[in-house]
Design a protein around this ligand. Structure first.
Ligand code: IDP
Ligand code: MG
Length: 156
């Protein structure tokens, strides 16, 4: 199945800077579909689960403090190759390295305050979506525009 779902977070810096609409729009305007969306504050427990692979790294404590400090927006994005496509739209991890045209390149100047999270593979996407959304919170629906946005080849 080339149609994938991925977890995107608009991090607390994105919410505080009033960039939710701009960042969400970068994903939305590609034609990918929003199938889950919520504003929430990350608990330390959720941060520990979400960032379990980074435990012990030098930036871990600061990362958890940042991510739990204020509300974020959690989004489930669906579309052909959505996982890699979203990572491409986000740009490299540090805004200072991210190319112009990407979310991090266009909206940020920081290393850690980099506006957005996106799952980095199918396993991570399934695990992370399970942390942020209950089954009933992801909505299955079609759009009239879908037929002009992707075709059978993209779905195969
Ligand atoms: P990614 O978000 O591009 O997948 P990861 O390496 O998974 O990058 O790191 C997770 C998050 O941890 C980054 O998005 C960034 O917010 C933060 N981070 C990673 N490395 C550093 C660092 O060296 N300094 C500060 N923050 C960092
Ligand atoms: Mg990562």
């Amino acid at each position: 199945m080339a149609i994938e779902r991925t977890l995107i977070l608009i991090k607390p810096d994105g919410v505080q800077r009033g960039l939710v609409g701009d960042v969400l729009g970068r994903f939305e305007r590609t034609g990918m579909k929003i199938v889950g969306l919520k504003l929430m504050q990350m608990s330390p427990d959720l941060a520990a689960q979400h960032y379990k692979d980074h435990v012990g790294k030098g930036f871990y404590a600061g990362l958890v403090k940042f991510m739990t400090s204020a509300p974020l927006v959690a989004i489930c994005v669906e579309g052909p190759k959505a996982i890699d496509n979203c990572r491409k739209l986000m740009g490299k991890t540090f805004c200072t390295d991210a190319q112009a045209g990407t979310i991090r390149g266009d909206f940020g100047v920081s290393r850690g305050l980099n506006l957005v999270h996106g799952s980095d593979g199918p396993e991570a996407a399934a695990r992370e979506l399970g942390l942020f959304f209950k089954a009933g919170e992801l909505v299955e629906y079609s759009r009239a525009i879908d037929a002009w946005t992707f075709n059978d080849e993209d779905k195969a």
